[in-house]
Design a protein around this ligand. Sequence first.
Ligand code: ATP
Ligand code: MG
Length: 679
Amino acid sequence: MDPDRVLEGLDPEQLEAARALRGPVCILAGAGTGKTRAITHRIAHAVASGVVAEQQVLAVTFTTRAAGEMRGRLRALGAPRVQARTFHAAALRQLSFFWPQAVGGPQPTLIDSKIQVVARAAHGCGVDADRTGLRDLASEIEWAKVTQIRPADYEKAVAKAGRTPPMQAGEVARVFEGYEEIRRERNLLDFESMLELTAAMLLERPEIAERVRSQYRYFVVDEFQDVNPLQKLLLDAWLGDRDDLCVVGDPSQTIYSFAGATPAYLTRFADAYPHATVVRLVRDYRSTPQVVRVANEVLRRARPAAGGAEAGLELVAQRPDGPDPSYTEYDDEPAEATSVARRIAALIETGTPAREIAVLFRTNSQSAAYEQALADAGIPFTVRGATRFFERPEIKQAVHTLRGARQGGGSDPIVGTVRHLLAPLGLTATAPEGRQARERWESLAALAQLADDIAVERHRGECGLGAAGAADRPQNAPLGGNCACGRPYTATLDDFAEELDARVATEHAPEMEGVTLASLHAAKGLEWDAVFLVGLTEGMMPIIYAETDEQVEEERRLFYVGVTRAREYLSASWSLARSPGGRKTRKPSRFLDGLRPASPSLAAGRRERSRSAKTVRCRICGNTLTEAAERKLARCLTCPADYDEELLERLREWRKATAAAQKVPAYVVFTDATLQAVA
Ligand code: ATP
Ligand code: MG
């Protein structure tokens, strides 16, 4: 591809970063400013200009989904063979490859349940811990390992760091030691030892280091604010004495310092590499001005992360106006989940694809209510951070079946064949009832969809059309369809199996259809048209065990990450009780203070816009309606759908009276309590 064409669509600062082809580069910028986009184009530009070969690039991202997205973007930019991986995937690959030479003997296996090993270790040294205690111990061991602390040094190290251990430091140290012993005896790897061993292999075996370093010459690390000392050690081992390293990050999105990460590597990058090109971006391309305003409000209240050095730069919105964010209080959790599901159904009904909608929560335990509500509403969804796609039992079984069929004569066209082969595993024509059966069905369906993509891409390659964009990809049952060249799409089972092998190796899972349910941590780096931040109460956000100021600030950054995932619709909600009829003891999150409608800053923004001519307002909450779909419905899509006219009239009256009495702008949040009072 033409090296200059690859740079199309970048702004001047992004261009500066993308054109700095050699040497250390650091992009320091807020959420949605196009950091990931800039580095992806930079890689494609370097490849197209012949500065580096595709296979010599190692791009490191934080989640497998982010890695998959980067590969997708690189493929579209003509660099399909660049390796974009998580630290762990990259390390595991090198470790497995060099294991016979470096260590020999059977390869270690990945720990299935860390908690079980911790429990055994605790039991072995007479330390009593319940499930929460065990989880805390596991996190503490993880922290110690990423911080490079050995069991024997643990007690001294926590005292020095002024850290409060989850139980007596001596007990933690004993469990930690026991844990490492069991791990070694059973030849088990945890994520930390995976990185540790890989780094050790490179540092202690010069011949292996040389081979790895001659393979990889060009390094890019996204989300660098959340790199921990162990990952940094590995990165340095990969680099050796070279400096072709480009790092990208946002100190305001540091959300893993609880686990030992530090933004200092990012903010002090220019000290470590005085000749580095440092670029700052402030234009926010992701979100509407309404969402950006909320993000800036959150930033304004935040204190810089320890080691973060500077306060976050204010984001400057680039996109046209969108709907106002909504803030809704519910009586109880099921009511919140049901209403969110209903609002999601309304969004889908008016044209937002389900995969462009996300429900984000602080802890995975909050997911169940939403899974239930979405299932009840018949809305497809996928849970992020659950078992990795290619690790799911049904997918392992499917891959096995498909490989077997390939050996039996894989030249059949995949038209229908894949679905036929997967039918006995549970891929029926329509999704079955029941959560487990449905989840199984959904992952098998995603795999079969993958077959469709491969058929299309192979074909487009053959007829010279190049990679298909999302818009070219036929939906659902494309295999009977014809390409723009007039011929039908074809590909064989062999093609499929080959591609499947490549995808398993790179953990490149197919995109699951449906609404995303994810924790805020898992949502980092990603974006959706509509984002529902749910369960925003004190105790959840900030989480109850965030006690020190520093811990609360990290929770605030997590909230910032959540807000900045939304392109258009942002909904914040919370409920006062856990279950219907329960005591309403919960309070809305302190992070909502000043953001909720009574806030003068938001009210000012609202007054400004309401002066513009021809505004159409939502008949429920009075928000300005911005999209054709909303205008047609005469209500904003974040408002509940099922109010009848009579109730609406009463709500309007009530709002007028309240607004007059409290001297607030003429709109309010409708809570269940309001409804009860009015109805
Ligand atoms: P985060 O901090 O959340 O990881 P980011 O800085 O990496 O965000 P990107 O994901 O690269 O941001 O970009 C955010 C969105 O803005 C993407 O949809 C991207 O395609 C779009 N975008 C980025 N730069 C531009 C640009 N110059 N012109 C138009 N759209 C852009
Ligand atoms: Mg990014």
